[in-house]
Design a protein around this ligand. Structure first.
Ligand code: SAM
Length: 282
């Protein structure tokens, strides 16, 4: 193949297993003038394996904007550039997004070369049948911010997908359980496509214990897939609303919700969301 001049190719690379690279990705990596890599050591392993030499530059050594300017400069010289990240599809929760935005803004063609991505790999093996998912990337590192974001997601019917680092996975899963409720199911997908690949599905109430049962369960790279919120039928909402309206006239929101849970047997999270909506209506 001949690479287009002044074109940025966004090339997906393996997330672990070096055989997970597409034929087209290899063709593009061979054909371009420059391979712009997030970490040249990581990408060198892939290029060596497939006998592709030279033409690699590190572009994320300073900051995202500097990288973007550097690549735009190469395109201005008429070069073809392949953008690769450490693993998976560039621009999905990694600095590639800034580069692609800058290149598009500068008016150069951007060509995707699709392939592995940890989010899709985890979803494909999760066994959840929901056809919708919401990819949330990394949750905030600070607990209060993280819990705030999760609270916004409580009523979301789509599956929730998160990336997480090993040193934060226990606290993150504990917050998922506290905010979304212990009954929901989670798939903990770690080290996908690698030797120690583990895909564990359980209720959120059991997830922290599973992580703590074995040091190895907390090692490596993680994708967390959480089942979406159970759908509430319209008729249920009407019942909840009637009960909540009466209670909210007499009690603060939290107490009203707690009592409504006891009276209706409904989910605390669903009732909480309905109570917030009713307060907004008032
Ligand atoms: N762009 C990448 C993609 O398409 O998946 C993701 C980049 S992001 C900086 C890195 C995160 O992806 C890791 O912290 C982890 O959450 C997830 N990840 C990457 N490789 C993985 C793997 N082999 N198994 C599980 N999660 C992985």
């Amino acid at each position: 193949m001949k690479a287009g001049t002044a074109t940025l190719y966004v090339v997906a690379t393996p997330i672990g297993n070096l055989s997970d690279v597409t034929l087209r990705a290899l063709e593009v990596l061979r054909a371009v003038d420059v391979i712009a890599a997030e970490d040249t050591r990581m990408t060198a392993r892939l290029l060596d394996r497939h006998g592709i030499a030279g033409k690699m530059v590190a572009v994320h050594e300073h900051n995202e904007r500097a990288s973007a300017e550097r690549i735009t400069g190469m395109l201005a010289e008429g070069k073809s550039v392949a953008l690769v990240s450490d693993a998976g599809t560039p621009a999905i929760s990694d600095p590639g997004a800034c580069v692609v935005a800058a290149v598009r803004a500068a008016g150069y063609p951007v060509v995707p070369v699709p392939g592995p991505s940890a989010v899709v790999a985890a979803l494909s093996a999760s066994g959840f049948e929901n056809s919708r998912f919401l990819f949330c990337g990394f949750l905030p590192a600070r607990g209060a911010e993280r819990r705030g974001m999760l609270t916004d997601l409580v009523a979301q019917p789509a599956m929730l997908v998160f990336y997480e680092a090993p040193h934060r996975v226990v606290e993150c899963v504990a917050d998922l359980c506290a905010i979304l409720g212990g009954e929901r199911e989670i798939v903990i997908a770690r080290e996908l496509t690698k030797i120690h690949e583990t895909i564990h599905r359980c209720r959120l109430a059991e997830a922290v214990a599973w992580l703590e049962a074995d040091d190895n369960h907390r090692r490596g790279e993680f994708v967390l897939v959480v089942a979406g919120a159970a759908q509430v039928h319209a008729s249920d909402e009407v019942d909840y609303d009637g009960t909540l309206k009466i209670l909210l006239e007499e009690l603060p929101l939290k107490q009203a919700v707690a009592l409504a849970v006891k009276l209706t047997g409904g989910s605390r999270n669903v009732l909480y969301q309905r109570a917030l909506a009713l307060k907004g209506d008032a």
